[in-house]
Design a protein around this ligand. Structure first.
Ligand code: ATP
Length: 367
């Protein structure tokens, strides 16, 4: 069945559904889609948090009907909360009505950067493998809908399979359970989602993945500190955040914004990692601080957050990452592998040491 045929079938099954006010589902101005890409079907219904509950039934009916179409790889009907500004600061514990969508995940950690291209995804993957080397069950979610890079970094090919209860099974790579938003929704659909819409879509889709029992789920955040990032930080109950920065002043200014953003929504900062800290010449062994030195460490001290370590700029790391064999998997006992594993150990000990401000993940808030 081609995408066009799936689209026709999708429109056919959806045409039988009604909105809560009795109007045809497909005619509702709040409904966008269906969009079909390589067998994946997405529909979004724009709503407000207050009106979302009334739409829950039709959302489920639409999803069940779409998933029953032969050769549909995945089907998501997401309630997107179209608010121009993020909802007011969430006071923990989160809203009591929140569904426990990840009851078997002990901690969700965000790996974030204020600025793109600083090595956030590379760091997220290697930290995930470092936690795994500590004997933990670890998953990684690539939440960067617009520029997903985890499939490349972990050499994930093909589409995730559907489990028994029609929930998607994460893909497996190097002992990690992995899922990329890019595999669940096509970039074109996501492109029109604003911050809060991205958040509600992400939290909802997280619930559609059968993560199983995990000690840690790492969320590789989209770069930046705009509405989308704030909404994810706010809507996903996080145990903590790790901030990645290069040593340049400009990157540090953005990292500072990232720290401020997580603090605003009461997410503890587990630490700052300086990436591309210095370059060691392969010919003469001399270290060159191309982007300055010690900036992230000084910033971490100034902001009173832990400094987890500095990763050098190395060809090995880049080649390993870009060929889908992360350095911790390829060479766990080498200097870089040990560095990441040590940082992961420190992160885990922070999560598990009893302190009032680091809480296990209880809930993820839907729309
Ligand atoms: N320490 C390092 N040494 C050498 N290359 C690195 C290092 N860290 C990351 N890279 C390379 O830099 C590029 C960008 O890295 P990565 O995709 O992890 O960044 P990002 O911050 O997640 O980017 P984006 O904002 O686009 O999601 C990749 O080619 C990666 O292999």
């Amino acid at each position: 069945m081609s995408d066009d045929q799936i689209l026709q079938a999708a429109r056919q099954v959806l045409s039988g559904l009604k909105m809560p006010d009795g109007s045809p589902f497909l005619d509702a101005s709040a409904v966008s889609g269906p969009v079909v890409l390589e067998g994946r079907v997405t529909v979004s219904i724009t709503t407000t948090s207050q009106a979302a509950i009334a739409l829950t039934d039709v959302r489920t009916q639409a999803e069940v009907a779409l998933r029953a179409i032969p050769l549909v790889q995945s089907a998501f009907v997401v309630l997107t909360n179209d608010q121009a500004t993020p909802p007011p600061r969430l006071v923990s514990p989160p809203k009591p009505a929140a569904a426990k969508v990840l009851p078997d995940v002990r901690h969700v950690i965000a790996v974030a950067s204020g600025k793109g291209g600083v090595g956030k995804s590379t760091t997220a993957v290697n930290l995930a493998l470092g936690l795994r080397a500590n004997g933990l069950k670890v998953g990684i979610l690539d939440a960067d809908i617009h520029g997903p890079s985890i499939p490349t970094l972990l050499a994930l090919h093909g589409q995730p399979r559907m489990g028994k209860d029609r929930r998607l099974l994460p893909m497996q790579s190097n002992g990690l359970s992995a899922m990329s938003m890019g595999m669940m929704v096509d970039a074109e659909t996501a492109m029109v989602w604003r911050g809060p819409m991205v958040m509600s879509a992400i939290t909802q889709m997280l619930a559609e993945v059968d993560w199983g029992v995990l000690d840690v789920l790492i969320v590789d955040m989209p770069p930046g500190t705009g509405d989308a990032q704030l909404a994810i930080a706010q809507g996903t109950t996080l145990s903590g955040a790790v901030i990645v920065s290069t040593p340049q002043d400009l990157a540090l200014i953005d990292a500072r914004r990232g720290i401020a953003m997580f603090r605003k929504v009461d997410v503890p900062i587990l630490g700052v990692i300086e990436n591309m800290a210095h370059f060691t010449c392969t010919q003469c062994g001399t270290q060159h601080a191309l982007f300055g030195t010690g900036g992230a460490q000084a910033e971490a001290q100034r902001l009173n957050v832990p400094f987890l370590g500095a990763i050098p700029l190395t060809m090995d790391l880049r080649v390993a990452s870009d060929s889908g064999q992360p350095i911790v998997a390829r060479d766990p006992d080498g200097p870089l592998g040990r560095l990441y594993i040590d940082m992961a150990t420190r992160i885990w000990s922070q999560l598990t040491k009893p302190q009032p401000d680091i809480k296990p993940t209880q809930t993820l808030q839907g729309a």
